[in-house]
Design a binder for this molecule. Structure first.
Ligand code: GLY
Length: 355
C-alpha cells in the first residue's frame, strides 16, 4: 500500500518505520525534519512519576511493554546504538510532606493494579543518589520506568528511513482535503500529494490541518555536563536526566504559543530548580537551552482518529517519546489485520464535539 506520513517527529517516523518494515511503500512529508519537539524531549518513560491514571496509564503501560522490542528493531535497522535504560531508571522524589502523601496514595493505587513500588527514606534516597540536595522527604522507584536519549533516537529514525528507502520530502502541508471521512489529497506549497493511506502526525501544529483542539505548550530544556548522576531524578522542581556524557534539566511548561525564544526566566526556572535538587550542578557546564512545543489538548489526552483512509495521531503532550511505539502499532495493526485499537475510540476527537 502507498502510505504518506505527514510529520517527522517521533510519532510520524515510528509509524513510517513499522509500516515500511511491514512492506508498505512509505513516504514522509515534513516542513522541517528537525523541528519536531521530539528532538528536545527529555526521554523519560515515566507514566508513574507523572502520576497518570486510567486510560492514560493503561496506554502508557502498553507502550512501555513494546519499548524493548522497539529499541532493538530501531537499532537493527538504523545501525545506531541507542542510550536506553528499560527499568528502574527514575528516582521519583517527594520534596514536601504533602507531595509525599499524594505520591503515597498514588503508589498504593499502583500496587493495587499489581505493580511493585520501591519506597526509599530520605537516607536511602541519598544513598542511591549522593548528589541530592536538602529537603527530600523520600523517594519512589517504579520498576517499569525507563530513560532513552530522544535526540539519538530521532537520529536513529532518520538513519532507519534512509536504510529502508523511505523518502523524506520537505514541503509545508497547509491543507488536508477531506470529504466525509476520506482524505482526497494533502496539499503543500510545492504540490499536491496522493496515497492509499495517510498518516497525519503533525504534533503541536495539528490545528492548522484538522479541526482538533491541539495547542502548543512551550518547554525550555537545559543541557549540561560535568556532573555524574546515576539515575533520572524526577521532582516537582526539576527533573535531571542523565544521558551518555551529558544531562538534561527539564522543563518549563509555558502557554506562550509558538514562541521559540529561550528566555532568562526559563533559564532561572531550570537552573534554580536543578540546583535545589542537585546542588553539585552549580559546577556543571551549561551547554545549551532549547525550546520545544508539546502538543497539548484541553484534557491532556492524545487525539487518535481513524478515517476511511487516514489516521490522525496527535496530542501526545508530555509523553510523545513514551507513547510512540503503541501509537505506531495501532496503525500497523489496522493496516495489516484491520484490527481497530480501542484507543481510537478512547481518545477520539469526538469527545470535544460541542453538545
Ligand atoms: N515529559 C516531560 C515533559 O514533557 O516535560
Amino acid at each position: 500500500m502507498k502510505v504518506l506520513v505527514i510529520g517527522s517527529g517521533i510519532v510520524g517516523l515510528s509509524t513510517a518505520l513499522e509500516l515500511a518494515l511491514a512492506g508498505h511503500s512509505v513516504r514522509v512529508i515534513t516542513r522541517n525534519y528537525e523541528e519536531g519537539s521530539s528532538w528536545v524531549a527529555g526521554g523519560m518513560l515515566a507514566p508513574f512519576s507523572e502520576m497518570l491514571m486510567g486510560d492514560l496509564l493503561d496506554f502508557s503501560l502498553l507502550s512501555l511493554d513494546l519499548y524493548d522490542d522497539y529499541v532493538k528493531r530501531l537499532e537493527e535497522v538504523s545501525r545506531v546504538s541507542l542510550f536506553y535504560e528499560g527499568s528502574s531508571a527514575i528516582l521519583r522524589l517527594a520534596l514536601t510532606p504533602e507531595e509525599r502523601e499524594s505520591l503515597e496514595e498514588y503508589a498504593r493505587k499502583v500496587e493495587e493494579k499489581g505493580f511493585s513500588v520501591v519506597r526509599l527514606t530520605e537516607a536511602e534516597a541519598r544513598e542511591a543518589e549522593p548528589h541530592l540536595g536538602k529537603g527530600v522527604e523520600g523517594a519512589y522507584i517504579f520498576e517499569q520506568e525507563g530513560n532513552v536519549d530522544a535526540e539519538r533516537l530521532m537520529d536513529a529514525l532518520l538513519f532507519a528511513m534512509e536504510n529502508l528507502k523511505v523518502k523524506i520530502e520537505v514541503d509545508d502541508i497547509y491543507k488536508v482535503s477531506l470529504k466525509d471521512r476520506a482524505v482526497g489529497a494533502v496539499v503543500g506549497y510545492k504540490k499536491e500529494y496522493h496515497a492509499d493511506f495517510y498518516v497525519l502526525a503533525p504534533g503541536a501544529w495539528a490545528r492548522s490541518l484538522m479541526d482538533v483542539p491541539v495547542y502548543p505548550n512551550k518547554g525550555q530544556i537545559l543541557r549540561a555536563k560535568g556532573v555524574e548522576i546515576s539515575r533520572v531524578i524526577f521532582s516537582g522542581r526539576a527533573y535531571i536526566i542523565p544521558k551518555d556524557g551529558y544531562l538534561l534539566v527539564g522543563a518549563t511548561s509555558e502557554d506562550a504559543g509558538f514562541d521559540t525564544r529561550v528566555t532568562l526566566e526559563g533559564a532561572r526556572t531550570l537552573t534554580s530548580g536543578a540546583l535545589d535538587v542537585v546542588p553539585a550542578l552549580a559546577d556543571a557546564e551549561l551547554v545549551s537551552i532549547r525550546t520545544g512545543f508539546r502538543p497539548a489538548t484541553p484534557d491532556e489526552k492524545p487525539v487518535f482518529d481513524l478515517g476511511d483512509n487516514y489516521a490522525l495521531l496527535t496530542g501526545h503532550y508530555r509523553n510523545g517519546i513514551l507513547w510512540a511505539p503503541a501509537t505506531a502499532k495501532m496503525v500497523l495493526d489496522y493496516l495489516e489485520t484491520s484490527e481497530v485499537s480501542p484507543y481510537f475510540r478512547v481518545f477520539s476527537p469526538s469527545r470535544f464535539a460541542s453538545e
